[in-house]
Design a protein around this ligand. Structure first.
Ligand code: SF4
Length: 299
C-alpha cells in the first residue's frame, strides 16, 4: 500500500509522542476577523484562531517570524470579499520576499480567470475551497449569492492558472443530508482535483449551528470511502472533524482502506498505522500532501 501521511499544522493544540502542532505551519487571516458573509456554521469564529494579517505590517511580521524559525510554509486564509474571494494578492509584494515558504491558500469563490491569475502571481501553490453541491445549502446555510457552478468554476479557473486544487467536502453541511454531501463529492469528478479532503461539520459555540448534529462516524466513513472509489489522487481526512473515541474507528478505517493520510491523527492511530504502512510525519497543512505524494509516489 502507499505510504500514509500524517500532518500537524498550527490550527489547533495537538500533541502526541510523534508529532506536535507547536512547530506547525501557521494559519494567517489576511482580513483579520472580518468577512463579507456570515455562514451559519462559522460566523467568522474560525478566523479568530488565526494569526492576524489584516495589515501589511502585521502580515509581514508573521511571515518574518515563521520564515526565520525555519518553517517551510504558511496557510493563508481570511474572510471573503463580497465577490467571494479571499484577497491575499494585496500582499503579493510581501510574499515575493519569502520564496522559501510554500503558500497554501483558502481562496474563497473565484469568479474569473483574472482573479485566479492574481492568486498565481502572489505565489499560491495549492488552493483550498469547500465544495458545496446544492443551491439550498448555498442559499440557506452560507447565505451567499453564488451557484454550484460558481464553486466548480472556481476550481477550473485555479487549475487553468496552474494552481493545484484540494477541494474540501464538509460532511454534515448539506441541507439534503448525507446524499447532498455525496453529491458534492461526485461533482468534483468534473474538475479533476489534485487531492480531495473530507472534513466533518463541527458545531461551533456562538454560531447558529451550535446545536446541530455532527456527522456520525458511519457518515464520515461513507463519504471517505466513496472518495477513495472515485479518485486516484490523494484522499485525506482533514483537520476539522468531530473527534473522540467513537471516531477512532474512522481513522483506523482510513489506514486499512488506503486513504492517503489525515491531519491530527490520534496517537493510537499512528501506532496502528506503523505496523501496516510506511508513515510520513509533517508539520504542513494536509493539503500539502499533493507535493509530498508527488515526491514519494507515482500513481
Ligand atoms: S483540512 Fe487539511 S488542508 Fe484543510 S485546512 Fe485543515 S490541515 Fe489544511
Amino acid at each position: 500500500m502507499r505510504p500514509i501521511f500524517f500532518y500537524a499544522p498550527y490550527l489547533k493544540k495537538y500533541e502526541t509522542d510523534y508529532l506536535s502542532s507547536d512547530d506547525g505551519w501557521r494559519p494567517i487571516s489576511v482580513t483579520g476577523t472580518s468577512c463579507a458573509f456570515s455562514c451559519k456554521h462559522c460566523e467568522t469564529r474560525v478566523l479568530e484562531g488565526m494569526e492576524d494579517g489584516s495589515t501589511k505590517a502585521k502580515f509581514e511580521s508573521v511571515l518574518e517570524r515563521v520564515s526565520s524559525s525555519g518553517q517551510k510554509g504558511v496557510i493563508l486564509s481570511g474572510g471573503s470579499s463580497p465577490r467571494g474571494d479571499v484577497p491575499i494578492w494585496k500582499y503579493t509584494e510581501v510574499l515575493k520576499k519569502y520564496p522559501n515558504l510554500t503558500v497554501i491558500a483558502h481562496t474563497g469563490v473565484v469568479k474569473s480567470r483574472e482573479i485566479a491569475r492574481r492568486f498565481k502571481e502572489s505565489g499560491v501553490k495549492i488552493g483550498l475551497l469547500d465544495m458545496v453541491g446544492d443551491q439550498e445549502t448555498i442559499d440557506q446555510v452560507l447565505g451567499q449569492p453564488f451557484t454550484v457552478k460558481d464553486y466548480l468554476n472556481s476550481f477550473r479557473y485555479l487549475k487553468e492558472e496552474g494552481i493545484k486544487i484540494a477541494p474540501h467536502v464538509i460532511v454534515g453541511l448539506s441541507r439534503k443530508g448525507i446524499e447532498g454531501d455525496l453529491h458534492a463529492l461526485e461533482l468534483l469528478s468534473e474538475v479533476n482535483p489534485d487531492a480531495v479532503i473530507i472534513v466533518g461539520l463541527m458545531p461551533l459555540v456562538g454560531t447558529p449551528y451550535k446545536n446541530t448534529r455532527e456527522p456520525s462516524p458511519e457518515e464520515l466513513a461513507k463519504v471517505l470511502l466513496r472518495a477513495r472509489e472515485l479518485f486516484s489522487n490523494p484522499v485525506m481526512l482533514g483537520c476539522a472533524r468531530p473527534r473522540g473515541k467513537a471516531y477512532i474507528s474512522v481513522e483506523r478505517l482510513a489506514v486499512d482502506q488506503g486513504i492517503d493520510g489525515m491531519a491530527f491523527p490520534s496517537e493510537e492511530t499512528i501506532e496502528y498505522a506503523k505496523d501496516k504502512r510506511e508513515v510520513v510525519l509533517s508539520h504542513a497543512c494536509c493539503g500539502n500532501v499533493i507535493h509530498d505524494f508527488l515526491l514519494r509516489v507515482s500513481i
